[in-house]
Design a protein around this ligand. Structure first.
Ligand SMILES: [Fe+2]
Length: 184
């Protein structure tokens, strides 16, 4: 839990003032991670910390390459000396490797950060892809449509979402199924 509080405080420090919308989004993503505690078990704190921190790479203080998963993960690794699994979850959040490929950064990303187990990556996708830009929750289909609309067809993010869509949908539906099946 200490880990989670540290992650929340760090995300707040980096996002709240310069990027209030990203901060609102991050709070909503962390809320979703908390809601998955029953299925994430011993990794619940790790997932929640990653949810708080997944978008810190957008903070103006951190921008280096302009690719936020890589900038955020490098900051966590090099400045915060954060847990390796946490850095990797941030680096690869929401199919970042596909966007890295669009940006010519796939080799760098996979050389520096190992992929974490699929269950954890899918749980983080669920949290991010069911939370809108203002922190409210919505179905994944609406979230994907919102991202594509916000960026527009000429943007690299639009192309990334088109390529990643099957994996993102599969991840969210898998987690929803697990939640529905869990014993009450
Ligand atoms: Fe996000």
């Amino acid at each position: 839990m200490e880990h989670v509080q540290w992650a929340r405080d760090l995300a707040r420090r980096l996002l709240e003032e310069p990027l209030p919308r990203r901060w609102a989004h991050s709070q909503g993503v962390a809320e979703q991670a908390e809601s998955l505690r029953a299925i994430t078990g011993q990794d619940a704190d790790l997932l929640t910390a990653a949810a708080w921190l997944h978008d810190i790479g957008y903070s103006p203080a951190l921008v280096k390459t302009g690719f936020h998963p890589l900038d955020g993960a490098r900051y966590l690794r090099d400045v915060e000396q954060a847990d390796e699994r946490l850095c990797s979850l941030v680096a690869h959040h929401s199919c970042a490797l596909i966007e890295a490929d669009e940006r010519g950064l796939a080799d760098e990303l996979s050389r520096e950060f190992a992929l974490q187990p699929k269950e954890l990556r899918q749980a983080l996708i669920y949290c991010d892809m069911t939370t809108g830009p203002d922190g409210g929750h919505l179905p994944v289909e609406g979230r994907l449509a919102e991202i594509k609309k916000r960026y527009g067809p000429a943007d690299v993010v639009f192309r990334f979402i088109e390529r990643a869509e099957p994996d993102l949908l599969d991840a969210v539906h898998t987690i929803e199924q697990q939640q529905a099946n869990r014993p009450t």
